[in-house]
Design a protein around this ligand. Structure first.
Ligand code: C2E
Ligand code: MG
Length: 498
């Protein structure tokens, strides 16, 4: 629009100047000369003013465009492009001055669940709140940027010692111990932080980012809400760990996981049929891999959710097969903490039960005592929802860690599984024997059934029975078996328990 005005003003000016020249040539009346000259002068002024305002508006447009190009629209922090430019500049300067700088790469630990449970608007406000808090944590010449959905960087310019990076990372962790106040919600946020230092961990922007990313990954694996400096040996570890994740995901796609079933025998009635599903990885070239070699790894990433969902579905499918064979069997399976904390967990269980049309009471979920006690407040509501579906719940590895009686009373569980480390001691250690007797009595007072795990010899079985334990599983009775071997076992197990 402004440009059009300039063009029009230019045309009018030229016409007026031409008319003035024509009149000067053809007329002797000087009033006309002066009048036309004044008009031409006025128009030139208008032309000048509109040209300068157009220029300044163009400049304004340019500034706005520059801001859009370099600022993150949501948080007003520097965006990825600006962060890249800044790093390139300080690399050039540090090279000249022989100085150092640090990149702190921050990945939010729980952003997905905030978005999933509270919605994207709250998620956006959390990012804005995080940006504000981070800005207040750093020195004036340090730079904070947002380089991905929930990923931030802090660039600490001109550091002499890596201790400043350490202090800043520590300050971030401490500062976020206080929840954010967002639209009336108190939201806890934490970060895993990877730190790389120029020139110790790389002399190019990309290598520095890669080093910080590797360190961040390690901080996540170490249990999140912490920081890690990059080291060369970390590089190796993280490469192996990422390769393992890829292999596990591929194993799911290529159906390399299998379940074995370890029968559990009820002392009073051998016909009550129960078994625990135990996963194995039929890894090409490596044979059957035990869960201890891959479950702890899967539990450090989201892969455990996919593996867990596969186990739940497979157990329900097998349960259906047993029902169709007129051999209804209660199958229990092990559940990791991350599964229980997954907002979709209850619906994953429900969907598997519905898909295979099974009675929910034929499914039991085993959860280890250690995490149930540590995370009781968070998981108790989930346990109630699972119970409402009809599934049975068990505390696994009981006696291995510590239990709070307060929580035991509140946990809506049906079964206590006494850990094999205690069962192994009942013949040699009087105190352990008494402890097992006390746990059994306690379980019964709370209307729970009690299972002995790790029954390896006949005497374990006899002693468990004497201590009024309800049922037992262990190598003495049977190793984990194929699904179709289970019922042949039940038909012959009478000899062992009689
Ligand atoms: P857990 O739930 O305590 O399972 C019992 C483990 O003890 C199994 O090892 C079983 O084979 C072993 N066991 C059974 N009887 C005896 C015995 O008499 N003596 C001894 N020494 N051991 C016995 P497994 O199959 O290697 O499983 C180890 C752990 O891996 C399980 O401990 C469980 O925590 C985890 N796990 C297994 N399957 C799954 C799964 O599908 N999902 C998850 N999240 N974890 C699983
Ligand atoms: Mg178990």
């Amino acid at each position: 629009m402004k440009k059009l005005c300039v063009v029009m003003a230019s045309i009018v000016t030229l016409t007026l100047v031409a008319t003035t020249l024509y009149i000067v040539e053809t007329s002797s009346n000087s009033i006309y000369h002066i009048f036309y000259l004044l008009l031409a002068l006025l128009n030139t002024v208008i032309l000048y003013v509109s040209m300068t305002t157009t220029e300044s508006e163009e400049h304004q447009d340019y500034v706005t465009l520059e801001q859009i190009a370099f600022k993150d629209a949501l948080t007003s922090l520097l965006n990825r492009r600006a962060v890249d430019n800044f790093i390139d500049k300080i690399i050039a300067r540090c090279e000249r001055d022989d100085s150092k700088f640090a990149i702190l790469y921050l990945d939010m630990d729980n952003f997905k669940s905030i978005n999933d449970t509270l919605g994207h608007d709250v998620g956006d406000s959390v990012l804005v709140g995080v940006a504000k808090r981070l800005r207040n944590l750093v020195r004036g010449n340090d730079v904070v940027g947002r380089v991905g959905g929930d990923e931030f960087v802090i660039i600490l310019d001109e550091i002499n010692e890596s201790s400043l990076a350490f202090i800043t990372a520590e300050r971030v962790i401490q500062s976020f111990k206080k929840p954010l106040n967002v639209n009336g919600h108190r939201i806890s946020v934490s970060f895993s932080i990877g730190i790389s230092i120029y020139p110790d961990n790389g002399v190019y922007r990309l290598s520095l980012f890669k080093a910080a990313d590797i360190a961040m990954y390690q901080a996540k694996e170490n249990g999140k809400n912490g920081y890690k400096f990059y080291t060369n040996e970390l590089d190796d570890r993280v490469k192996k760990s990422r390769a393992m994740n890829v292999a596990l995901e591929q194993a799911l796609v290529e159906e390399q996981f299998v379940l074995k079933y370890q029968p559990r025998v009820n002392f009073n009635n051998c016909t009550i049929q129960e078994a625990e599903a135990l996963i194995r990885w039929n890894r090409p070239g490596k044979g059957l891999v035990a869960p201890s070699e891959f479950i702890p790894h899967a539990e450090k990433s989201h892969v455990i959710l996919s593996i867990g969902a596969w186990v739940i579905n497979e157990v329900c499918r097998q349960c259906r097969v047993f029902c169709e064979q007129n051999r209804p069997t209660q199958i229990s399976m092990n559940i990791s903490l991350m599964q229980l904390k997954d907002p979709d967990f209850v619906s994953v269980v429900k969907k598997a039960i519905d898909t295979h049309h099974i009675d929910a009471t034929l499914i039991a979920l085993e959860m280890s005592e250690s995490y149930l006690m540590q995370e009781a407040e968070e998981v108790i509501p989930v346990l109630h929802k699972l119970r409402a579906l009809g599934v049975k719940l068990a505390v696994d590895e009981f006696g291995k860690g510590y239990s709070s009686m307060g929580y035991m009373k509140r946990l809506p569980v049906d079964t206590i599984k006494i850990d094999k480390s205690l069962i192994n001691e009942i013949l040699i250690n009087e105190k352990d024997k008494e402890l097992v007797a006390a746990i059994t009595a306690l379980g019964h007072v709370m209307n729970m059934s009690v299972v002995a795990e790790g029954v390896e010899i006949d005497k374990h079985l006899q002693m468990s029975r004497l201590l009024h334990i309800d049922s037992a599983q262990g190598f003495y009775l049977a190793q984990p078996l194929e699904a179709d071997e289970l019922h042949a076992f039940y038909e012959t197990c009478n000899e062992k328990i009689s």
